[in-house]
Write a protein that binds this ligand. Structure first.
Ligand SMILES: Nc1nc2c(ncn2[C@@H]2O[C@H](COP(=O)(O)OP(=O)(O)OP(=O)(O)O)[C@@H](O)[C@H]2O)c(=O)[nH]1
Ligand SMILES: [Mg+2]
Length: 389
């Protein structure tokens, strides 16, 4: 069974998924923006002192172990961190000092909230959160005024060692109070997302995955590709991972089970650890990486590299792995589709760099039509692959 690139339709991707939304250096969240000063989308980490902002940033993006965060010093000025793990995962994280006061006139809210994609507000669930909620309300009001497109994400943090019941109760209470505060201020339309998090388990990676996903304009395309790949390959669930941070940038549309996600994270850790023992190269994870783990409940974890930074981890029943050839063939189709998404993105970025044209003109030149919905073309990419019945 050979795979030939020429067989594929010339333009297999939906025309309206994200390609209108770039600036020169990254993912720009404003579709009609011409150029942007600080380019990459920004994720702000805000919240009271000691709520755990710097710990989150260090654990998720710098491999710090949770225990080491006990020795972190209080942040005294805004710390900016560039995350460039892969072409899909590019943004800046700004870690704020807890004591910063937005009300004071020196705080340049236009600059700070202007280019912001997501505002993560961290609330210590082990502490009395009334003060945190007041600060949250003021922050949201201010930020929304400057930039109504910001995604507001509330991390109800440090929930380790808290019973499931009290976790749910805290979430319900915080949700209720913050929604009440916003409607009092006449801002019912603001959407807030809530996540229960802790650096001592995988919940912080899961929550950050969801925050980052909202900033990836190609997400619907990636999800579509996974939704086609999975049933055609007899796979139950698949995650597309950013290997360095272990956040997943996309998954199929079936619900995410925390345990399944944890298993996949552990698998990536194991593969990287083992590869570094046997590999002389600097990067243990490369284009040849793949791994298979059989669990004792008739389930298989199957990992394949997509490129240097991305890996696909699949969960499937053992009997469906009998036809590994079909899965591997479909995977190659999937991987090629992803690289086409990358290529289109790069092409688009280059064009924007070279020509100072407005978005509409560029769209015409490339044959990209903004606002037309067509899922047929990307379906064609993988649907020609054989199906396990
Ligand atoms: N139990 C528990 N402790 C945590 C968690 N996350 C952070 N901490 C602890 O909370 C303390 C404060 O963490 P920091 O990350 O310095 O807090 P911060 O929000 O950056 O504080 P400022 O920089 O002063 O604003 C540290 O001792 C961390 O170890 C968590 O998920 N669970
Ligand atoms: Mg800090």
């Amino acid at each position: 069974m050979s795979y030939e690139h020429e067989d594929y339709p010339e333009d297999p991707f939906p025309k309206d998924f994200g390609y209108c939304a770039y600036d020169q250096d990254g993912l720009d969240l404003e579709p009609n923006a011409t150029s942007n000063s600080e380019t990459k989308p920004r994720i702000l980490l805000m919240g009271l002192r000691r709520s755990g902002k710097s710990s989150i940033q260090k654990v998720v993006f710098h491999k710090m172990s949770p225990n080491e965060t006990l020795f972190l010093e209080s942040t005294s000025k805004i710390v900016k961190d560039d995350i460039n793990n892969s072409s899909f995962v590019q943004f800046q994280i700004w870690d704020f000092p807890g004591q910063i006061d937005f009300i004071e006139p020196t705080f340049d809210s236009d600059m700070i909230f202007g280019g912001c994609g997501a505002l993560v507000f961290v609330i210590d669930a082990k502490d009395d959160y009334i003060e945190a909620l007041t600060k949250f309300k003021n922050t949201v009001i201010k930020a929304y005024k400057v930039n109504p497109r910001i995604k507001f994400e509330v991390f109800i943090h440090k929930v380790d060692g808290i019973s499931d019941d009290s976790k749910m109760e805290s979430q319900r209470d915080i949700h209720q109070r913050s929604s009440d505060d916003l409607s009092e201020a006449g801002l019912d339309q603001i959407h807030l997302s809530f996540h229960l998090t802790s650096i001592y388990d995988h919940s912080i990676f899961e929550a950050f995955s969801k925050v980052v996903q909202k900033l990836i304009p190609q997400l619907p395309t990636l999800e579509n590709l996974l939704n086609i790949f999975i049933p055609n390959s007899g796979i139950e669930k698949a995650f597309l991972f950013d290997v360095v941070s272990k956040i997943y940038i996309a998954t199929d549309s079936s619900p995410v089970d925390m345990q399944a996600y944890e298993l996949c994270c552990d698998m990536i850790d194991m593969v990287i650890d083992l590869s570094s023992i046997y590999s002389s190269e600097e990067t243990a994870f490369d284009s040849g990486s793949s791994s298979l783990i059989k669990l004792n409940n008739n389930t298989i974890l199957y990992m394949r590299e997509v490129n240097k930074f991305l890996a696909l981890v699949c969960i499937l029943r053992e009997e469906n792995f009998n036809r590994q050839g079909v899965i591997d063939y479909n995977f190659i189709c999937f991987r090629d589709a992803i690289s086409e998404v990358f290529e289109l993105r790069l092409k688009r970025q280059k064009q924007l760099e070279n020509a100072d044209q407005d978005d509409d003109e560029l769209a015409d030149d490339q044959g990209i039509t903004i606002g037309r919905s067509s899922h047929e073309n990307d379906t064609a990419v993988v649907s020609r692959a054989p199906k396990i019945t």
